[in-house]
Design a protein around this ligand. Structure first.
Ligand code: ATP
Length: 311
């Protein structure tokens, strides 16, 4: 079942296209990384999903309804952490969440457990003006988690969090996804997304240029697998004799090889069979960072020009 379906969505401001022919479907319980350059259209897409703005053309369906015309109960199933979250400085953490709980028609009795969950119980009675940036960000997350939303949208949620807090943040997100909440989060920190999200949506100049899990993106991109071999570089190069390797770069203590993903196992077997010449092998698949650079630098394909769908 799709929680979000976008079908050929276009959005223009004053005639200027900001989103163009965006189509995709997000299944329930998936965590999606929304990535793209500044101004690529990530926040605009989130606003469309939230129903804060309408598509200029095309159709978007969220939780089975049109978000722009959906009623209060739709909003109660959503959690949203905006990019620049702002709170009333004079309110305490508890008062702030109690205020949002009332807006969402939730019981303020949820508040202490939520503050505990985001690691803010110790500062519950302190005014927000005394909070650090990371504490405000955690308060924002707690606000978004009120009522256990079915869909959670987080715009650059880890900004201002230190590495431990980022780790804890993704732990919470993974728990929510495991319990069926669908999560869309935008971030520019690709390394932290790679192992922690299920799907990646790559935006470029208002177009969705890639959508899918890492394996799908790797297959479509066709980037080489990088293999670093420790040992006698000259002997290894000679005995491989160009077989299976696209590029070989010899260094002092080994050799770097690029090979096609389909040839990886055959090449690793061959290297392992080079008795003595090769002392260690390290295989590196294309990372999300590599894929992002690939997709964000690629020309827009004719299929994307025509509004091809991504599922
Ligand atoms: P960032 O990573 O910098 O947050 P983004 O990918 O979230 O960027 P958006 O905020 O969606 O990008 O903006 C996409 C484009 O739409 C930008 O060129 C922006 O200037 C333009 N834009 C966004 N909102 C409006 C608006 N209300 N009126 C006019 N143009 C807008």
């Amino acid at each position: 079942m799709s929680i979000i379906t976008a079908d050929n969505v276009r959005k223009a401001y004053d005639g200027q296209p900001v989103l163009d022919a965006v189509s995709f479907a997000v299944p329930q319980g998936k965590c999606v990384a929304l990535i793209g350059h500044n101004g690529a259209g990530k926040t605009t897409l989130m606003k469309l999903i939230l129903g804060l703005t309408k598509p200029t053309s095309g159709r978007i369906e969220v939780l089975g309804v049109d978000p722009a015309t959906a009623g209060k109960s739709f909003r109660e199933n959503l959690g949203f952490l905006p990019e620049n979250v702002a709170f009333h400085d004079e309110l305490t953490g508890t008062d702030t969440l109690a205020f949002y709980a009332r807006l969402k028609r939730r019981s303020p009795a949820e508040v202490p457990a939520l503050l505990e969950r985001v690691g803010l119980a110790f500062a519950a009675a302190r005014r927000v003006k005394t909070y650090s940036k990371g504490m405000r960000q955690r308060l924002g997350l707690a606000q978004a988690l009120l009522g256990t939303p079915r869909l959670l949208l987080l715009d650059e949620p880890t900004t201002g969090l230190d590495p431990i807090l980022r780790h804890e943040f993704f732990h919470i997100i993974r728990q929510l996804a495991a319990n069926g909440t669908t999560v869309i989060l935008s971030s520019h920190v690709l390394t932290e997304l790679e192992a922690r999200t299920d799907l990646a949506a790559v935006m470029r100049q208002g177009r969705l240029v890639a959508f899918g899990d890492l394996e799908h993106l790797r297959r479509e991109a066709g980037l080489p697998v990088k293999i670093r071999v420790q040992g006698d570089a000259a002997a290894i190069a000679q005995r491989l004799n160009g077989a299976l390797a696209k590029t070989l770069r010899s260094g002092q203590d080994g050799i770097d090889i690029d090979c096609a993903a389909a040839d990886k196992m055959a090449l690793v077997r061959k290297l392992a069979g080079l008795n003595g010449a090769c002392s260690d092998i390290e295989v590196r698949l294309p990372s999300l960072d590599d894929l992002y650079l690939h997709y964000s630098g690629q020309p827009i394909t004719s299929e994307q020009q025509a509004g091809g769908s991504h599922e």
